[in-house]
Design a protein around this ligand. Sequence first.
Ligand code: SF4
Length: 365
Amino acid sequence: MKPTTQQTLITELQSFGVRLADPGAGAASRRGGAGPSDHKAMTVEGQTVMVPVHTAPAFASPYVAEKPDATGVSVIRRDGVAVGEVSFPLKPRFYELQTLDGIPYSQIATLHGRDVLATTILQTCIRYQSRSKTCKFCAIGQSLAAGRTIAHKTPEQLAEVARAAVLLDGVKHMVMTTGTPNATDRGAAVLCESAFAVKAAVDLPIQGQCEPPDDDAWFTRMKAAGIDTLGMHLEVVTPALRAEIMPGKASVPVSRYLDAFRAAVPVFGRGQVSTYILAGLGDTREAILSIAETLIELGVYPFVVPFVPISGTPLEDHPTPSPAFMREILQPLGGMLKAAGLLSSEIKAGCGKCGACSALSSFEG
Ligand code: SF4
C-alpha cells in the first residue's frame, strides 16, 4: 500500500530532522535527559510528533521549517520546495510557575507531544555510573549536570506540578520514567510512591516505566498505587547487540522481559503494557517484526521508534534509520496491530498513546 502524505512527511522529518528558520518557534526543545531529546514537538496534519532539531543529521537536513505565521503555522520546504505545513504547540502555562522553594515546574516535569506530562523521577541510574555499563544512547545525566533538572523529584513536587498542568494546560496523561536505582525493584517502588501522590492530587491517567522488577508482585503494587499502564522497554532486541549497546541493562535478559510481560498483562490489561524498541541501532527488520509478533500475542504493544542520536552520548554520530527502513517495519507492524485489535487509541496513558516519537499510529488506521 502506498504511504499517505502524512506518513511520508512524519517518517522523513523524524529520520532527517528539520532545520528551523526561527529556532524560537513553539515550546522550548529539550536537550539531554531521558526520552526524546534534542527534539521539538510539531503537529503534522493533526498528529503531534517529536522531530529532531539539534542533532547532527538535523543540521544537514533537506527540510527547513519557515518562521511561523501569526497563527503559528510554518511552511515546510524540502530543498526549497514547499511540501507541507506544521504548527508548533505553544509553551505550556505551567512552565511559568515554581515551587515554594524556588524550583521551576519545568525542572520537575515537561510537556511531551501535545498533551502529555512527562517526568524522570530519578535522574540518576545504576547503569550510568560507569562507562562500561552505560546505555550508549542515553543522556540521563546530562540535563542534571547542566542544572536543567533535579536529581529526585519528590512525590509532593510531582503532585503539585501534575495538578497545575491539568488545570492550566489540559494535559491528558502522564509518563513517569526513572533511572534504575537498584537491581531489585529496579524503580518500581519510586514509581508507586510518585503515582500514589499524583493520583491523590488529580485524576490523571499514568504510565509507569521501569526495567522488569525482580519480583512480579510489584505489578499489583504499581496498579494499586494508581499506575494505569506499564512500559518495560527492551530498546534493542538482539541479545548480542543489547550486550554491546547497553551492557548494564542487558544483564536483564530478553527472557526476563517476556516473563515479566506475561505476569504484567493480566494485572494492567491487554494493550496496557508496552515496550519501546529503537529501530536503527542494528536490529534487523526481521528481528524487530519477529519479537513484535511475540509481544502482540502476549497483549503487549510494541512501540517502535526511529533511533535519534543525542549530542554528547557515545552514539551521537550514529546515523538515524532511513525513512524506507522505518516504513518497512511500521507498515507491516501497523497491520499486525490492527489485526490483533491492539491499538494506540485504546491505551490509557503513555508513549504508545502519545505516539509522538514514531509514525506508528498513522499506520494503524
Ligand atoms: S512517545 Fe513517549 S517519550 Fe515520545 S513524546 Fe510521547 S510521551 Fe514523550
